[in-house]
Design a protein around this ligand. Structure first.
Ligand code: ADP
Ligand code: MG
Length: 832
């Protein structure tokens, strides 16, 4: 009896809040079969019921349990996309947004115009889109356009455990948007998905949800993973250690894929290269060398270098020379980018290889199919990891952290974990940033180990001791606590969230970081000046709730950091806008030049790289120009490089010949288009267009550009220490900045490293062997008090030079001495 009533109520509820429909999906039989094996399928009812009955639901499930691929399908089938609303899924990484949309499209047998993706510059969204995968940043931008997100019926926040800044902000905003939508009779659902069980920051947070959302756990069918710790921890050469471990596994252990976790792209390539050398593809040991060379010729790399890979004696692999210096040498070249010719797309056809019988014994003659995987690897190369390896070969994926949770690689039985991750660290006060390799958390280490037990029991080899593991933090910190938040604060102010301190962050950023952000925005003119009077407490409070100015609104419309947005806002005069757009676009892309200091694979390669480097240095000098244009420094180099590249049609060949990263150039082109549109949208009479045959700026334009750059980077100013002030030799050629106690330097590769101008502004300070400024531009001392009065102290007119009458203008004028705030640099007098 009771049951019947329950059912009635159910149906009633169903009619109430959502269509009780079932939208059929026509899946291929093999797809359907694979789906049924996913643990999440067993929970479909529970999940859908929870979603139906609650505005917000938290879903936890091991990586690979089917959250990302299946939940959008459950919702689709239940009709959440049938009455016009779109099902949105946000991912912290572009990689995941693209590959997951493709996977779901394939599973549902639907085209990309129905199951689509949208990332910063590209996407395939259409009128017909029903399921839309996107990066979290993209959804945040959409909230600015339509706070209620009326296009969407469901928002799924995926990978919430990663605690990326945008994900955190989205959850905060959605905790308000969802109830608002439902109150207005426009039903909307929020699903937060996490790969770990640590969700208290979302559920127990009273500021977020009034009543904690239900947490549904999906039990994954996880096989036992035996964890092996190293006795000793390799402190420096963990890539060498990883290489040795892989060789050992491949040589001695039964079939099964290997997944290796390293920290960055350079390490991934270095290990891939060594593995390919150690285990060259050889379908059959009896094959002659000439055949092997034939095979190799098919590959791009062999074509280029025309070398045959050396054979190695498998019995002496452990005696292979240890590769020192695997770390990324150059700062700033992180996982970002690349299409280098490291052979990431090296693919050898295995030919018809006689099926090796799956005997449970290692056979070193089995080829090792080595694939790199990192976030910015081209999607088509990335997709390879999901395909089965060539018959008879053992899969070995050498990856960065992306393989930890976002992507599930099938058939992995062995995991090799270096225990580290590369992260960008900022000094909250000084803004100095550095990429550092640090230990992961215990939660991450366990996630990584779990990758080995997806299809059968597996093994995880940790390249560190259990004692070291014991010292790892339990969980990874939220990103928001580790980076500056000026861009977020501006976006939030634009959403009319004035008191950012009161925002329901899952983990709030430190108040220091918030204050620094507001301060920067005030000095850029994006926020109103707080009153200077009043009691201390009141002033403090006012300082943290400054409203946005019209300039701030314009700046918020540009999809770049506030300092750059300010430059765009000032770029309209003297026809400078196209140049400002280009410079900003180029500064936003992390590194436009190829890195010729990376470790080379062979002597031949190293000679080749030296040649390319010489050419690249020469080109940079050419692009920097002379006279006025040289004063624009590294930014002139960026402008010149982009100009030259576009003039040549932005081809891969031009980039390769001139040491530019092709992918970076394409991204700059897209960003220029996007910024051009944004500028035209903000100022309807700007009339800017993208000119691919852009003439170099004139002398007066260059001067103007330098002033614009100064106005945007005003807090990043540095003054060379003069000979007479040189007390400590460590300051030789050093620059003093307002916030740092130590000297910063102009990098040897900078266009200004010979002239060493007195005053410069810089894009950022990166700490490598020394603290180096990146993106340096020379500025004139007399511009500073005029363009950055907010940073200057002016002398009282009566004191230093007395007012004087100017017969020309017929006005009384007075000159003021000014000093640049904390550092008290004397600056030239200005007329008032
Ligand atoms: P979760 O989000 O819970 O980590 P996913 O939904 O991403 O899980 O993955 C579920 C299953 O789908 C995994 O077994 C994974 O191997 C498989 N899968 C995901 N993407 C692909 C793909 N592009 N090709 C083949 N299989 C895939
Ligand atoms: Mg997932």
């Amino acid at each position: 009896e009771e049951k019947k009533e329950d059912v009635k109520e159910e149906t009633h509820k169903k009619e109430d809040c959502k269509p009780a429909v079932f939208i059929p999906v026509d899946r291929l039989p093999e797809i359907q079969e694979a789906r049924l094996r996913l643990p999440i399928l067993a929970e479909e009812q529970v999940i859908m019921e929870a979603v139906r009955e609650n505005e917000s639901v938290v879903l936890c499930g091991e990586t690979g349990s089917g959250k990302t691929t299946q939940v959008p399908q459950f919702l689709y089938e239940a009709g959440y996309a049938s009455s016009g609303g779109i099902i949105a899924v946000t991912e912290p990484r572009r990689v995941a947004a693209i590959s997951m949309s493709q996977r779901v499209a394939t599973e549902m047998n639907l085209p990309g115009r129905v199951v689509s993706y949208q990332i910063r510059y590209e996407g395939n969204v259409t009128e017909d889109t029903k399921i839309k995968f996107m990066t979290d940043g993209v959804l945040l931008k959409e909230i600015q356009k339509d706070f209620l997100l009326q296009k969407y019926s469901v928002i799924i926040i995926d990978e919430a455990h990663e605690r990326s800044v945008y994900t955190d902000i989205l959850i905060g905003l959605l905790s308000r948007i969802v109830p608002l939508r439902n109150k207005k009779g426009l039903p909307m659902k929020l699903i937060i998905m996490s790969a770990t069980l640590r969700v208290e920051d979302f559920t127990e947070n009273k500021r977020l949800f009034r009543s904690p959302p239900p947490v549904i756990k999906v039990e994954a069918r996880q096989f036992a993973v035996t964890v092996h710790f190293n006795k000793r921890t390799q402190m420096d050469n963990y890539t060498g250690e990883a290489f040795r471990k892989i060789c050992k596994i491949h040589r001695m252990l039964p079939p099964g894929g290997i997944l290796v976790f390293l920290t960055g792209q350079a390490e991934v390539h270095s290990v891939c290269r060594r593995l390919r050398k150690a285990f060259p593809y050889r379908p059959n040991r009896e094959h002659t060398d000439s055949m092997e060379t034939d095979d190799l010729k098919k590959s791009k790399r062999a074509k280029k270098k025309n070398v045959s890979l050396p054979r190695i004696n498998l019995d002496s692999y452990s005696a292979l020379p240890v590769d020192e210096g695997d770390e990324d040498r150059q700062a700033g070249v992180d996982e970002d980018d690349d299409d280098d010719d490291d052979g990431s797309d090296l693919e050898l056809e295995l030919g018809d290889h006689p099926e090796s019988d799956q005997e449970e014994k290692a056979d070193p003659s089995i080829p090792l199919y080595v694939l790199p995987l990192y976030s910015l690897l081209a999607p088509e190369l990335q997709a390879k990891v999901f395909r089965p390896p060539p018959a008879g070969a053992r899969l070995c994926v050498v990856a960065t952290n992306v393989a930890e949770t976002s992507l599930t690689i099938p058939g992995v039985k062995y995991v090799v974990d270096c225990g580290r991750v590369k992260k960008r660290f900022y000094d909250r006060v000084t803004g100095v940033s550095a990429f550092k390799v640090t230990w992961i958390s215990q939660a991450s280490a366990n996630q990584r180990a779990g990758r080995a037990g997806r299809t059968e029991p597996g093994h995880c080899y940790r390249l560190y001791s259990s004692a070291v593991f014991g010292d790892f933090g339990l969980f990874s910190e939220a990103e928001i606590t580790r980076r500056p938040v000026d861009d977020l604060v501006l976006q939030m102010k634009d959403l009319n969230i004035e008191k950012v301190v009161n925002f329901p962050f899952p983990t709030p950023p430190s108040s220091e970081a918030l204050i620094a952000a507001e301060q920067l925005l005030i000095s850029l003119g994006a926020l109103e000046e707080p009153p200077r009077r009043g009691r201390l407490g009141e002033m403090e409070r006012a300082r943290l709730s400054c409203p946005i100015t019209p300039l701030g609104r314009a700046m918020a419309a540009f999809p770049v950091a506030p300092r750059y947005a300010k430059m765009l806002a000032l770029g309209r005069q003297q026809g400078c806008m196209p140049y400002v757009i280009t410079i900003v676009a180029a500064m936003t892309v992390r590194e436009i030049f190829e890195d010729f200091d990376r470790p080379a694979g062979s002597e031949e390669e190293s000679t080749k790289m030296a040649g390319k480097k010489a050419r690249s240095v020469q080109m940079r000098r050419l692009w920097a120009g002379q006279g006025q244009s040289l004063q624009l420094g590294d930014l002139m180099v960026l402008l010149g490089a982009v100009g030259a590249c576009e003039f040549a049609g932005c081809t891969r060949q031009f980039c390769e010949e001139n040491g530019l990263r092709f992918k970076a150039m394409l991204e700059i082109r897209r960003l220029r288009g996007q910024l051009t549109n944004a500028v035209n949208a903000v100022c309807s009479d700007a009339g800017v267009y993208m000119d691919n045959k852009m003439a170099p700026p004139t002398e007066s334009q260059v001067t103007f550009l330098r002033q614009i750059v100064l106005a945007g980077l005003g807090d990043h100013i540095a003054r060379r220490v003069q000979a007479e002030e040189l007390l400590d030799p460590k300051w030789r050629n050093g620059y003093k900045t307002p916030l740092l106690d130590d000297p910063v330097f102009i990098h040897p590769s900078s266009a200004l490293n010979k002239t060493l101008p007195e005053f410069v502004v810089y894009q950022e300070v990166m700490e490598t062997t020394k603290m180096y400024m990146r993106g340096v531009c020379a500025v004139q001392a007399e511009w500073i008090p005029r363009l950055l009065p907010q940073y200057c102290h002016f002398s009282v007119p009566e004191e230093s030079p007395a007012p004087w009458y100017c017969p020309l203008s017929g006005r009384l004028k007075c000159q003021q001495q000014s000093t640049f705030f904390r550092v008290s640099w004397k600056l030239p007098a200005v007329e008032m």
